[in-house]
Structures are given as C-alpha cells and as structure tokens.
Design a protein around this ligand. Structure first.
Ligand code: SAH
Ligand code: F3S
Length: 489
C-alpha cells in the first residue's frame, strides 16, 4: 500500500497532470485479481505468495472471474492432460474478455516456464508469462501490460525461496495451511518435467519457516503442511543450492539443518500445531526423519512415499535411485518405528518398456504395503525429459489404461482394508470445516490423514476432538465425537 500512496502523492504533486489521471490511478490501486491454481500443492502455495505480492500493488482478490481486472492461472505441466485443461480454461477466459476488453490474462507456473514466450504466440488471450521464480517481478511485468505490451519473465533462480513474503491465504478454511520449505528438484527422475520447470533445489531459512508457522498459530491455524518437491533433501547451510554444499565453509557444514532438524525445530516451536509434510522421496528419506516423527506427537503419522513402480528394471529406467527391496525395507522400518503410520503412494502405469511382469511387480508391491491411499496416473511423455529423449513411449494407450485400472481397483481394496482397521477405535481428529455432503456434519482428518465425518454437536472448526469410529467406506470414516482432546488451546 505504501507504494500506491507514494504514486498518488507523486501524481498530485505534479498536478499539471489533471484529475483524470488521478482517478485512473485511484482505480489502479483498487483492482481485482482472480487467480486459479492447478496441479500440486506447491502451486496453491505459490498463488498465495503471488496474491501477497500483488496486494502491495493495490490488487484485491476476487473469486468472481467476471469481476476481474487481472486473471492469473497458475499452471501445471506434469502430464499432457494438465496442460490441455489449462488451455481449455484460457478459452473460457477469452469468452469473458470479449465482454471486458480491459481484462488482462497472465500464465504462471510450470507451463509458463516450459513454453516461455511460445505461449504468447499459441494463446492469443495471454498477455503475460511468468515462471515460478519470477513472481517478485510481477509489479514490473504488470506495468508493462498496462502500457499495452506483452510481458515475459521465466528466469529460474539459484536462491529465490520467497522466504520473506507473508502469503495471503486463499480459499482458506482458517485451520490448515501450506508452508513451502524447498523449491526446485535435483533428482531428475526421467519421466518428470519438474526439474526443468522449477529449477535447482534450494532450501528456505529454517527461522523464516518457524516464524511463518508461529504466525499461523497466532492467526488460529492448527495444522501446517511443509511443502517441497523432495522434502527429505531439505538442507539449510546459510543459503545456496543443495548441489553447492561442497563449497560451504566447515562452520556452515557443522551447523547445517537437515529435514529431521527442521521438523524438530518446528515441532518444538509450536508444540500443539499439527505438522505434516509432502513429498518424500524413498531414496532421500532417512530413518532419522521417521524417528523424529515418532518423538514429537504433533508431527502427524503419515508419509506420502511415491514409489512409481514395483519393478526394479523400471525403477532404474526412471532413475529412481532405490530398488523394490530397499523400498520394502524402508516400509518395514517405518512400521516398526510408527506402527500406525499412514502411507500413501504415487504410481505410474505404462512407463516405456513396461511389460506385464513389471506391472505385476507393481501390483505385488502394493499388496505388500497395502497403502492407505494413492494417486495413480498413466504415463504421459513430457517433452525435454530424459525418458522422452531416450525411450519410445511404446506401451499402447489401451494397455496403459487397463493396467492403470487394475492399479486403481487394487488400491480401492487396500483403502477399504485400511479404513476398516479403524472400526471401533477412537481417533483424534482436527476439525477442518463442514462436510461437503452435509452441513450438519464436520469433516476432519486423523493423524494418519484419513478423512472422518461426524455430527457437529457443539464443536467448532479448529477443535481437536476424539471421534469414535462406527462405520466406513474406502475413503471416509464415520463416527461420533466423544469430547475434546488435551491438544486444544
Ligand atoms: N516430488 C513431487 C512429485 C511431483 S509429480 C511432489 O512433490 O509431488 C507428482 C506425481 O506425478 C509423481 O510422483 C508421478 O507419480 C506423477 N508424474 C510425474 N511425471 C509424470 C509423467 N510424465 N506421466 C505420468 N505421471 C507423472
Ligand atoms: Fe519429479 Fe522426481 Fe523431483 S518425480 S519432482 S524429479 S523427485
């Protein structure tokens, strides 16, 4: 707001400009931003950073597309379908723009980074293209488009973490919030476009993370999810890329904070805040992290541990740097340290060269783990990735679909197996808000991340309640709240 006032004063001082311009600028300081996010949680978190940057430029957010002066779409490139969905949305924005010619449209995120200025040519409606590390440049870019020029900034950064920006919480339930801790990824899984669109891996200062969590607590939030493409490789040694650690001083190395250290720091600084994290990569997850989870009761017992495939041959071709056996040992260790730990997966069906035997290895691995839930995809070739360069996308679509369906069906069976284990038990649940299906019921989650629905009674959003579980589907537990737990207050 300070910047906006300064601009106004400047214009008034130069009063020869006349009142029309002053009115224009007053309007400019009260513009409406509509922002839509696709893809991973990191994108949703980034959109909150973008809203914060634009608030200082006089933009207030709106959830009504028709009201917007500026429409931003924070995009995902992970699969072809994700990109085609965004292109369809751009068509819709185009239709709205016909009735509102002054409306401007910007594309943010991974599609912006992947396609760069090509997007301006391919999608005439787009005025501005901004990559994931360039959001601090938005005020300048908006000035460009205000003056009728297209604007592009897709420069990836070695140190941008947005650690100094307090996000504006969008679509918030006031109870759970996302906090980003790393950006980028150095893992180079051969199927994945993320290292190209989000750049090299860097970690955010632990003090700024703890401070954001403390502020969230003060504002009434009761659960945070620490976000990174690969949280287990979090490492803070005073700034800089993970890959440049060798160049750090001995003191920097000795005082470095790893992910287990960060978890402990956040858990201790807010002992009643529930803490989750996502995503873990099996090759980088240490048992120290699992032991830290066990040590602090406020760190939730859930690990999202994508495996992608149960076949050693395919894991190797994917450049996932662990074997099926190592993954199983990790699962055994997790379960021996945290017996009730919820474990979820990402799996890709039909990676190039995948045979029926490889697919059956995936199914048998699933049988071994019996995941609580999962996100399952059929392989989508992404331009520029190692897999696209080196391997032919040779599994026919019909086979990919069939295998994916078998994986989904098996997962559904395992989901039900897991939810049934809760019947008759009493679980601590954090209430997030009303159930989508009934206003008379609350929705919340267990520590292991299973959704629970129960009658509201006198409880309120943000309460920790004990819920006796009486019934379940494969995705949801149903029960009755029997009292507040000692975690409240
Ligand atoms: N580490 C990241 C993973 C990002 S991508 C995270 O924080 O979530 C999420 C999932 O999308 C991956 O685990 C993988 O299962 C899937 N995926 C990535 N690239 C894909 C591709 N080319 N085709 C199909 N699925 C893909
Ligand atoms: Fe992608 Fe593998 Fe990183 S899935 S985000 S390259 S851990």
């Amino acid at each position: 707001m300070a910047i906006a006032n300064y601009t106004m004063e400047k214009v008034i001082d130069e009063s020869v400009q006349g009142s029309a311009l002053i009115t224009d600028l007053a309007d400019q300081n009260n513009r409406k931003l509509y922002i839509e996010s696709y893809g991973c949680q990191m994108n949703f978190s980034d959109s909150e950073i973008v809203a914060s940057i634009l608030a200082t430029e006089g933009f207030n957010t709106t959830d009504q597309l028709e009201e917007a002066d500026l429409v931003l779409v924070n995009t995902c490139s992970i699969r072809e379908k994700a990109e085609s969905n965004v292109r369809k949305r751009l068509e819709k924005f185009n239709a709205v723009k016909k009735t509102k010619p002054h409306m401007r449209v910007g594309v943010l995120g991974c599609m912006a980074e992947r396609l760069k200025s090509k997007l301006l040519e391919e999608e005439k409606i787009v005025d501005m293209v901004v990559g994931p590390d360039a959001y601090k440049d938005l005020p300048n870019l908006i000035r460009e488009i205000d003056e009728g020029r297209n604007a592009v900034n897709v420069i990836l950064s070695k140190d941008e973490t947005y650690g100094d920006i307090a996000p504006v919480r969008l679509n918030s339930n006031g109870v759970t919030a996302l906090v980003s801790i790393t950006r980028g990824c150095d893992n180079m899984c051969t199927f994945c476009v993320v290292p190209f669109t989000r750049g090299r891996e860097r970690s955010r200062d632990p003090q700024s993370i703890a401070q954001e969590v403390n502020e969230l607590w003060e504002q009434g939030y009761r659960e945070v999810t620490l976000l990174g493409q690969n949280v287990d490789s979090y490492l803070w040694y005073g700034g800089g890329l993970k890959k440049d650690l060798d160049k750090a001083s001995e003191i920097q190395k000795a005082t470095a904070v790893d992910f287990a250290g960060l978890l402990a720091l956040v858990a201790e600084s807010q002992p009643k805040m529930r803490i989750r994290f996502s995503t873990s990569n099996p090759q980088d997850m240490t048992l120290e992290v699992v032991r830290t989870m066990a040590k602090y009761q406020n760190i939730c017992s859930h690990i999202h541990l994508p495996v992608q495939s149960g076949s050693n041959r395919i894991l190797k071709a994917m450049n996932r740097l662990h074997t099926r056996e190592e993954y199983m040992t990790l699962i055994d260790n997790i379960r021996s340290i945290i017996p009730d730990c919820g474990i979820s997966q990402d799996i890709i069906a039909g990676f190039p060269t995948e045979t029926e035997k490889d697919h059956r290895d995936t199914l048998s691995l699933m049988d071994y783990v019996k995941y609580d839930f999962g996100f399952m995809f059929s392989y989508s070739e992404r331009p520029g990735t190692m897999a696209a360069k080196k391997l032919k996308d040779d599994v026919p679509e019909t086979i990919k679909k069939k295998r994916l369906q078998e994986i989904i069906d098996l997962q559904r069976k395992h989901c039900l197996y897991r939810t049934k284990q809760y019947l008759g038990k009493t679980e601590e649940v954090l209430i997030e808000g009303s159930s989508k299906k009934s206003d008379a019921h609350w929705m919340g989650r267990t520590s292991a991340n299973t959704v629970v629905v129960f009658p509201k009674k006198h409880y309120k959003a943000g309460d920790f309640v004990n819920v006796k579980i009486k019934d379940c589907t494969s995705a949801t537990l149903f029960g009755d709240a029997v009292g507040l737990t000692e975690n409240n207050g």
